[in-house]
Design a protein. Structure first.
Length: 229
């Protein structure tokens, strides 16, 4: 079966007409990687639907005896000029409306829970692996104040309750050429989608190699035009 990875991305919201995290989820869902059993799903930018979907998948896989080894969540950081490997999720609710026009009450996401929860992925190794492939990537301690941080915290809190949880983390992706209706108005540099594919491929290979004890020598994938749509 290979290493089992749950990969999630988000759909469009606000000025983000095509979310690069969704494009990556679709691309890798259509292009299996040797030795990796990938479950790739797109989540709505919804406080209710996004965490419930992920939590249900994690529990179901554990119940049938085929748990995930890793949970890798993706989201867009439209104002970033590099990939951000998040180290922490913060227990703070967002005041922003989601796509369902829902707003959270002020205060913690989960009352009584710690103020922060740390990613359980090997974050420094992921940064180094991407940098080694020419991908600009840095560690980050701020997953934002919207669905990305909310989902990240909810998932880490759930996993902390499980006896043998998968390792989990969150990666923020810069904008690509399809993120905005008018790329010229992007608040940060635009990345080619092919570079995003290389970055995520490197991360997935690194996780698989760490799981099996092999060296993290990533191959390359060629992006065929139209495959990411």
């Amino acid at each position: 079966m290979g290493v089992q990875i749950l990969l999630t991305g988000f759909g469009p919201f606000g000025a983000v007409v095509q979310n690069p995290s969704q494009r990556l989820v679709r691309y890798f869902g259509r292009h299996p990687m040797e030795g990796i059993g990938l479950t790739a799903i797109t989540l709505p930018v919804s406080y209710t639907q996004a965490p419930c979907t992920v939590e249900t998948l994690i529990r179901q896989r554990a119940e049938i005896g085929h748990p995930f080894d890793y949970v890798l969540m993706l989201g867009v950081a439209a104002n970033s000029s590099f990939w951000r490997v998040e180290r922490k999720a913060h227990n703070r609710a967002s005041a922003k409306l989601d796509v369902d026009e829902t707003r959270l009450a002020p205060g913690p996401i989960t009352p009584g829970a710690p103020a922060t929860l740390e990613a359980t992925l090997p974050v420094q190794q992921l940064v180094e692996a991407m940098n080694g492939r020419g991908i600009p990537a840095h560690l980050s301690d701020d997953a934002g104040d919207y669905l990305c941080n909310y989902l990240f915290f909810r998932v880490l809190y759930l996993l902390a309750q499980l006896p043998t949880p998968p390792r989990a983390g969150f990666l923020h992706i810069p904008a690509d050429e399809s993120t905005f209706r008018d790329p010229e108005h992007s608040p940060a540099p635009i990345f080619p989608f092919e570079q995003h594919v290389l970055a995520l491929e490197t991360v997935l290979h690194t996780l698989a190699a760490l799981s099996t004890g092999r060296g993290a020598d990533a191959g390359t994938m060629s992006v065929r035009k139209g495959d990411e749509r």
